[in-house]
Ligand binder design. Structure first.
Ligand SMILES: NC(=O)c1ccc[n+]([C@@H]2O[C@H](COP(=O)([O-])OP(=O)(O)OC[C@H]3O[C@@H](n4cnc5c(N)ncnc54)[C@H](OP(=O)(O)O)[C@@H]3O)[C@@H](O)[C@H]2O)c1
Length: 239
């Protein structure tokens, strides 16, 4: 049995990962702002799921939550995220700040809390739920893509910079998943997985010791190809 802390556990991929982790016998500290949803789920799943109200952008609250956990998690699964699609024609600085506060600094807040304790213990796993959308910008999603690029790069940078710590840094890069985040936004999306399938793929990857969990394969290949395109061509194609 492992101890997981999962952020964004009230909905979508985080909820399905919480359900699956509990079904596999793991203990889960399940975090989100909508505590009622978490409590309802905990009533169904039993004591292995511990609901905790936490806004990941509130650094003081994150500190309070982490400091009051009765045990140090084995895996900090930093999944909470905010979609920001349809950002076209007008630049809005605030939307970047909002999205980065959740998708980037929301994850870093937990890394800041657990880094030293993980080092001291000599082991720990940080899993950042990033996105294949962080590999190249998509039209209408500049803030979201930038936040995911930052998260992916940070995990990679930490892994190659702080090597003697016994910490494993895992980057999760899904493509399109059917969740409340993408509801009503799925025009133009393809190879969409359901959240249960995505959750199983992610947990299997974590348990198998992977450091990069990117799916589905075809989208991953497409993104890899897109990355090889010169900027000029990519911009012309995506406009
Ligand atoms: N769906 C996709 O196609 C897709 C693709 C690639 C990557 N992802 C990533 O996968 C992760 C999960 O997304 P999802 O699709 O499952 O979305 P979702 O169903 O909208 O779930 C988002 C979760 O994040 C939580 N959250 C948002 N803001 C928060 C905050 N300030 N503090 C604490 N929790 C917060 C929400 O909980 P509360 O509102 O209760 O706080 C909710 O549980 C995200 O990081 C997303 O970027 C999604």
């Amino acid at each position: 049995m492992a101890v997981y802390l999962i952020t964004g556990a009230s909905s979508g991929i985080g909820l399905e990962m919480t359900r699956l982790a509990v079904a596999r016998g793991h203990k889960v500290y399940a975090l989100a702002r909508r505590i009622d949803l978490l409590r309802e789920e905990a009533a169904r799943l039993g004591e292995l799921m511990q609901p905790v109200e936490c806004d990941v952008t509130d650094r003081a609250r994150v500190h309070e939550v982490c400091a009051s956990l009765p045990e140090l998690p084995d895996v900090a699964l930093l999944n909470a995220g905010l979609g920001a699609f349809g950002d076209k024609d007008t630049f809005n600085r605030d939307s970047y700040e909002r999205v980065f506060a959740v998708n980037y600094f929301g994850a870093l807040n937990f890394i800041g809390e657990f880094y030293e304790p993980f080092v001291k213990r000599g082991r720990g796993v940080f899993v950042g739920v990033s996105s294949l959308a962080g590999e190249r910008a998509l039209p209408g999603w500049p803030a979201y893509c930038a936040s995911k690029a930052a998260l992916t790069t940070t995990l990679e940078g930490m892994a190659i910079s702080y090597r003697r710590t016994g910490i494993r840094y895992v980057t999760v890069r899904p493509s399109f998943i059917d969740t409340p985040m993408t509801a009503g936004q799925q025009q133009g999306m393809f190879l969409i997985w359901d959240a249960k399938r995505a959750a199983r793929y992610i947990l299997d990857g974590i348990e198998a010791g992977k450091i990069d969990i990117a799916f589905p394969l075809l989208t991953r290949l497409l993104v890899w190809f897109a990355r090889t395109l010169p900027i000029r061509i990519y911009r012309a194609v995506m406009r």
